[in-house]
Design a binder for this molecule. Structure first.
Ligand code: 0A1
Ligand code: ZN
Length: 866
């Protein structure tokens, strides 16, 4: 079947937020009838359409790669001259105010390698419709502000597809001749088509139930391959915890009698919040100690919560158009972050979330793909499922929650849900609900939705002994970003505290609102110059510049009572040494070593926090602090500091490594923290250069009863060139070769390795029989991980760029959405010096020169060259 959307020569269209117009036709009801088959599925749909307002425009039903086999209006078949095609869309002129429009199409799910629409994965048939996949299933106004009631009949071969699932509630099922069967599902809640889903397959169910706050019993099902059932317990617990949490924290109850989750092996993103039928990338459902790390377990919990929370923030209240994507995503990420913080250590969760924000979003915001949380235009909406929409969007909600305080924020959220239930809303609606429900004025705050770029705040604290006052001068700038050369000052909430250097105590937290380009704040009754702790808890997603000395930072790293600020002081201490050394200065690292010793032996701190605080900033983060990135110099500086910390504190690492050895496996916060710290200790111990490093790592690898310790040891070995490296990689491969999710770790560990030959190894792995372009997880494990390995990817030969570009070009023909997600690392060329920039640009140009390139990759590559 021809692909009309990305056929060669099709000029990519730009969609603009300002062009929004309400739909010409509404579709209050839709009846879908699927005769499922991997090679030829028939889809018959009957839409009840209603003219929206006074106009004489025809009905336009979006379609992508569809051919209408029948078109009927009010039961009458239309002749070929009574409808037409425009692009992929079906145009039907209609005379009245309301009609029934029926179409029939055929699909070949087995050949759908884009994983959008109806596709086959590991013997299942499943769907993915967000953002614009429904138009690959049937003709429909594929936009989120058209809400319909769905009635869905599925029919399939019973032996091959014994389980038939769709949104809403199961109504009826029955047998048919020739071994076929059927099931009827209806969803009482009107929804946009991006939330439609069906699954057919041979699935086993982890069945459970949840009693809601009003006493209704909801049937819960997690559907997986029979052999995977033992790996679903954690996801089920996470689901029940999420349901209870949303009732407790937001007063939001689940609204259907059934909630199903299905795990599939081939999925472009993490998971999807389809109404009553969430479909997950199996990596966010399946977990057991032998194959999942603690990070994986937390990922399962967070993503299960995220998709569940969408039932209110996304489904009951959805988005008017895709420019409002952060309305559901930013809010839902905030909700899942808050949930995970409640389930475990809030301090460590905040540190992890900020690390992700800085690694993904700050980079995005400082490059050619920077865009506001509410973008103004796009070519391909799939490219806008970004860290800015998700993670920066979540920070915006967090800032509002901070400014309002818990109860007023809840009042704002209540008003939002009450006012917009059943509607397709906008970011503006959300902000207004916060203003009215919470009692706050957010006029200037709205700029956070409009202006891209990470604000920089310069903070200078001076002291006047005569008047015993301290003055804090804050200056903000927002850097220019594509299409936005000049910026207005933002409203930035900064939590600060001033510490007495003698006693190590402070007068407590204060919330300052920085709203001007430059503002001064006075603090009285300070006999001696205090020390500034700023952006505590990372209260605003900004970069802070201060003139605090290494001694000041060391002091805060020992005394700050805000865990995030304490972590931050440690990180800044390390960054200063590393950045200085990359710049050729001989910066003393004694303060770093001392602060690490101090932190690692502080009995008041828990293991998980210690592990976070003492770990070195990533090579990429160090690069982000520099105007021009020299990956080799950064790697060398970081390795040498790591070696120094390892060697200076060797006995400490041995002690910690021994102390944190557990007798039996547990998922308690303490046990997870101990594993995290144990792995950090192993890293430093091996970095110290002790002769038996590889042996110690290998013995942890061999003795581990869990994947957290096994994979960490493997990763440490993979950085070196010992015989143990090869042995461990072989053992791991042979043990997990038949378990795709775990084999991903084998690819990923090698792609992440700080090894001089990583680039060649990745090239070889790309030809490995277990490598495949048809599975997005495998692609991310190899090429995604590699592109995130700064030192290896930016190999001066340019080979790393070529490898990734080759992958993008090959993958674009199969799965453009996933191909496009590999482009941004190449777009960062401006930061890497002339030689590398030339090589990177050449690869972007080579990609753009490919005939028939998708809109997805075209948008990312062309914007990256600008
Ligand atoms: N709404 C989902 C993300 C998602 C978006 C597009 C997809 O298409 C491949 C899949 C998932 C979420 O936020 O979880
Ligand atoms: Zn989401």
């Amino acid at each position: 079947m021809a692909d009309t959307q990305s056929s060669p020569g099709t000029a990519p269209l730009i969609v603009r937020r300002q062009d929004y117009r309400p739909p010409d036709w509404l579709v209050p009801e839709i009846t879908l009838d699927f005769s499922l088959d991997p090679v030829c599925t028939q889809v018959r749909s009957i839409l009840t359409v209603r003219r929206n307002g006074e106009h004489d425009r025809p009905l336009k039903l979006d379609g992508d790669d569809l051919t209408p086999l029948e078109v009927k209006v009010d039961g009458q078949a239309l002749t070929a001259d009574q409808w037409s095609m425009e692009g992929g869309a079906l145009i039907v002129p209609l005379s009245g105010a309301a009609h029934q429009v029926e179409t029939l199409v055929e699909l070949a799910p087995e050949n759908n390698s884009k994983l959008m629409g109806l596709y086959a994965s590991g013997g299942l048939l499943c769907t993915q419709c967000e953002a614009e996949g429904f138009r690959r299933i049937t003709f429909f106004p594929d936009r989120p502000d058209v809400l319909s009631r769905y009635s869905v009949r599925l029919e399939a071969d019973r032996a091959r597809y014994p389980i038939l699932l769709a949104n809403g509630d199961p109504i009826e099922q029955g047998s048919l001749p020739e071994g076929r069967h059927w099931a009827l599902w209806t969803d009482p809640f009107p929804k946009p088509c991006y939330l439609f889903a069906l699954v057919a397959g041979d699935l086993a169910c982890n069945a459970d139930s949840f009693v809601t706050m009003s006493g209704r019993t909801v049937k819960l099902g997690i559907w997986v391959k029979e052999a995977d059932l033992p790996k679903t317990a954690h996801a089920m617990q996470a689901l029940k915890n999420s349901m209870a949490w949303d009732e407790r924290v937001y007063g939001r109850e689940y609204d259907l009698d059934v909630f199903n989750i299905v795990a599939v092996a081939d999925f472009n993103f993490g998971a999807m919040e389809n109404k009553g039928l969430n479909i997950f990338n199996s990596r966010y459902i399946l977990a057991d100690p032998d194959t999942a790390t603690d990070i994986d377990y937390d990922g399962v919990e967070g993503v299960v919560a995220h998709e569940y929370f969408h039932n209110w923030s996304g489904n009951r209240v959805t988005c008017r158009d895709w420019f409002q994507l952060s309305l559901k995503e930013g809010f839902t990420v905030f909700r899942d972050q808050d949930f995970s913080a409640d389930m475990g250590s809030a301090a460590v969760k905040r540190i992890e979330d900020v690390r992700v924000l800085r690694a993904a979003q700050f980079q995005e915001d400082s490059g050619p793909l920077a865009h506001p949380v509410r973008p103004e235009s796009y070519m391909e909406i799939s490219n806008f499922y970004t860290a800015t929409i998700y993670n920066k969007g979540a920070e915006l909600i967090r800032m509002m929650a901070l400014m309002l305080g818990r109860d007023r924020f809840r009042a704002g959220a209540d008003l939002y849900f009450e006012r917009h239930d059943g509607q397709a809303a906008t970011c503006e609606d959300f902000v207004r609900a916060m203003e009215e429900g919470g009692g706050i004025e957010l006029a200037q705050f709205r700029r956070w939705y409009e202006q891209a770029g990470t604000p920089r705040v310069r903070a200078l604290l001076t002291h006047d002994a005569a008047s015993q006052t301290a003055e804090l001068v804050l200056e903000q700038t927002v850097p220019p970003t594509p299409g936005q050369p000049d910026k207005q000052p933002m409203a930035i909430p900064l939590r600060i505290s001033l510490f007495d250097r003698e006693s190590g105590t402070s007068r407590g937290d204060e919330l300052l609102m920085l709203t001007e380009a430059r503002q001064s704040f006075l603090f009285s009754k300070f006999a001696a110059p205090p020390l500034l702790s700023i952006n505590r808890g990372f209260s605003a997603p900004v970069v802070i510049e201060t003139d605090r000395t290494q001694a000041d930072l060391a002091f805060l790293s020992a005394h700050d009572d805000d865990p995030f600020a304490r972590y931050e002081a440690m990180q800044q201490l390390m960054v200063n040494v590393l950045v200085g050394r990359v710049g050729g200065q001989a910066v003393d690292d004694a303060a770093v070593v001392a602060a690490i010793r101090n932190t690692a032996t502080d009995p008041s701190l828990d293991d998980a926090f210690i592990a976070e605080a003492i770990r070195l900033p990533s090579e990429a983060y160090i690069g982000d602090q520099l105007t021009e990135v020299d990956p080799d110099a950064i790697h060398a500086a970081r390795e040498s500091l790591q070696h120094r910390i390892g060697a200076e504190l060797e006995p400490l690492w041995r002690d910690i490594h021994a102390r944190t050895q557990a007798n039996s496996f547990s998922l308690s916060a303490a046990a997870k923290g101990a594993r995290k710290l144990r792995n950090t200790a192993l890293l430093y111990l091996c970095a110290s250069g002790i002769e038996e490093g590889a042996i110690v790592a290998f013995s942890q690898f061999s003795a581990a009863d869990n994947m957290t310790e096994r994979q960490a040891a493997l990763a440490i070995l993979a950085n070196g060139s010992s015989a143990e490296r090869e042995a461990a990689l072989d053992i791991f491969y042979n043990r997990y070769r038949d378990d795709a999710l775990t084999l991903d770790k084998w690819f990923q560990t090698q792609a992440f390795a700080f090894h001089p030959d990583t680039v060649d190894l990745v090239e070889e792995l790309g030809r490995h029989p277990d490598f495949t372009l048809s599975n997005p997880n495998r692609i991310r494990s190899l090429y995604g991980a590699f592109a995130g390995n700064q030192w290896a990817f930016h190999h001066r030969s340019g080979k790393g760029y070529r490898l990734v570009a080759d992958c993008i070009i090959a993958l674009d023909k199969i799965n453009p959405q996933t191909a496009a997600r590999l482009v941004p690392p190449l777009g960062r060329w401006r930061r890497f010096g002339e030689a590398r920039a030339g090589l990177m640009r050449a690869e972007l140009q080579r990609i753009l020169a490919q005939p028939g390139l998708s809109r997805d990759v075209t948008e990312q590559a062309s914007k990256s060259l600008d």
